[in-house]
Ligand binder design. Structure first.
Ligand code: SF4
Length: 291
């Protein structure tokens, strides 16, 4: 059982199954099976992370690429990701790692200490810390938690780029070590979250609310023609975000056909621009991305 780490946040059941309570899916997992994310497995009645210390992607990126526009602008951040996701977005941009089985993706074994050392060695080149990104970092919880604690001790910042689908208890346990988050708000209807990405809007809103009280938060919405691009939906979303804080930056990014969603065109610039105008009535910092 190479490189397995017992999971945090699960409950053993009398019949040998395990209930994972890391994210709101709260998967009940029988022996030999994994949860919806595909990276947490019940082996003999114990739940393990299959991606602990497994890094699929690593890069040194401008902080604006996360995107974070109001958090140490002009700096760089060491960015790392692993494998798996707890959503099922048909438009996923990183599906080769997010939708793959852990054993089918080439990964490097990198300990928390090694990643932190690498981040420290890049400080002279403008590095401020570590971003956990590329796949969904909250399901990489054990590694992110350990690494973030160590990084913080060494004076580095930690950034999560996340879909926000995590239960409140593990989130609150991690937040003291997290300095900034970019959280996807993929749409503003429960129907979109339920039918398209297989998540729940209310849980993501809860994450944004909790995180915004504890660290720097920016929000990203991928605007998909015909799915989440109505002016009414944008108005409701912007109003709600403003009720958390009108200073939360909102990034509206452009959809391009990819992965399993090839049936619609890229987002017209005109649509993005109209939605930017609507959101700007309520929010102080709205940006159009990748246009
Ligand atoms: S983290 Fe994975 S196993 Fe745990 S509840 Fe979420 S989808 Fe299920």
């Amino acid at each position: 059982m190479e490189n397995l780490k017992e999971a945090m946040y699960y409950e053993k059941q009398p019949d040998g199954s395990t209930k994972c309570v890391l994210c709101p899916h709260n998967c009940m997992i029988s022996p030999g099976r994994t949860g919806i994310c595909g990276v947490r497995k019940n082996i003999g009645g114990v739940l393990y992370s299959l991606i602990y210390e497994k890094v699929s992607s690593i890069a040194f990126d401008p902080i604006e690429k996360k995107p974070l526009y109001k958090f140490h602008p002009g700096t760089f951040i060491l960015s790392a990701g692993s494998v798996g996701c707890n959503f099922r977005c048909p438009f996923c941009q990183n599906y080769s790692i997010a939708r793959a089985e852990p054993e089918k993706v080439e990964t490097s074994a990198i300990t928390s200490g090694q990643l932190v050392s690498k981040a420290l060695s890049l400080m002279e080149q403008g590095n401020i810390g570590i971003a956990y990104t590329y796949n969904e970092p909250t399901i990489w919880y054990e590694y992110v938690y350990e690494t973030a604690r160590l990084a913080k001790e060494k004076g580095l910042v930690n950034v999560l780029v996340t879909n926000g689908f995590i239960n409140p208890e593990p989130l609150e346990n991690l937040l003291p070590y997290i300095d900034a988050m970019n959280i996807d708000l993929k749409g503003y209807s429960e129907g979109f979250y339920r039918d398209v990405v297989k998540g729940r809007l209310e849980s993501v809103k809860n994450t944004i609310r909790l995180a915004a009280g504890k660290c720097h938060v920016e929000v990203t919405t991928l605007v998909i023609p015909g799915l989440n691009d109505s002016p009414e939906e944008m108005e409701e979303m912007a109003k709600w975000l403003a009720s958390v804080s009108p200073d939360i930056p909102l990034h509206l990014s452009r959809f391009f056909p990819r992965y399993m969603m090839q049936d619609r065109p890229m987002t017209p610039i005109k649509t993005l621009s109209e939605l930017e105008n609507i959101a700007s009535r309520y929010l102080n910092n709205v940006y159009m991305g990748n246009v």
